[in-house]
Design a protein around this ligand. Structure first.
Ligand SMILES: [Zn+2]
Ligand SMILES: [Zn+2]
Length: 181
């Protein structure tokens, strides 16, 4: 994910370049295909990289514990600071910001590290293989996405009575609303 920005750095501030991204990036121990678009803008301090990228990482479902491909959308916005002046070749002072991204002495901007950091932040704490993942049976551990097991859920009875109570409360509220209208 390396882009040579020497030309862009010589252009006036505000100049832009758009790039189609379709590259493998090492995110968590394995390469993930990252796709999308990035716009590079020449700023008074360096280059601003801005764009929306999509990728997929392997994650563990928090309900059924299966590994699955978790899609991520990354909205990247990072400024990159040149270590070398593109015209004079003199080294430039970097801003006093911890972990700031730099453009190396060959005027190459590398998006990979920013993508990796954004992806790690985007992975949900409680990832789900699908919204309605049925999870594991608490009694026998069977993956209920693959069909029911033979255990009888002990709380089935109370759950249903709870639901019917909820339904009647809903009816009451509905009636009340109608009454006040
Ligand atoms: Zn699951
Ligand atoms: Zn079971």
């Amino acid at each position: 994910m390396q882009i040579n920005v020497s030309q862009l750095l010589k252009e006036s501030i505000g100049s832009t370049r758009d790039y189609e991204v379709s590259e493998a990036v090492d995110i968590i121990d394995s390469n993930s295909l990252v796709q999308g678009e990035v716009r590079l803008t020449h700023t008074d301090r360096g280059i601003l990289a801005k764009g929306t990228l999509c990728t997929e990482v392997e994650a563990t479902c928090s309900r059924c514990l299966n590994l699955f491909g978790c899609p991520l959308t990354l909205t990247i916005e990072e400024e990159y600071f040149p270590v070398t002046d593109v015209v004079s070749g003199n080294s430039l002072p970097l801003p006093d910001e911890p972990g700031c991204f730099t453009i190396d002495e060959h005027h190459v901007l590398d998006l990979a590290e920013a993508i990796r950091q954004y992806a790690l932040l985007a992975i949900p704490m409680k990832a789900l293989c699908r919204q309605d993942c049925a999870g594991l049976c608490p009694t026998c551990g069977h993956n209920l996405n693959e069909g029911p097991c033979h255990c009888l859920p002990p709380e089935a009875e109370s759950r249903w009575s709870g639901l019917s109570k909820l339904a009647s409360v809903g009816d009451l509220l509905e009636k009340e609303k109608k009454g006040t209208d």
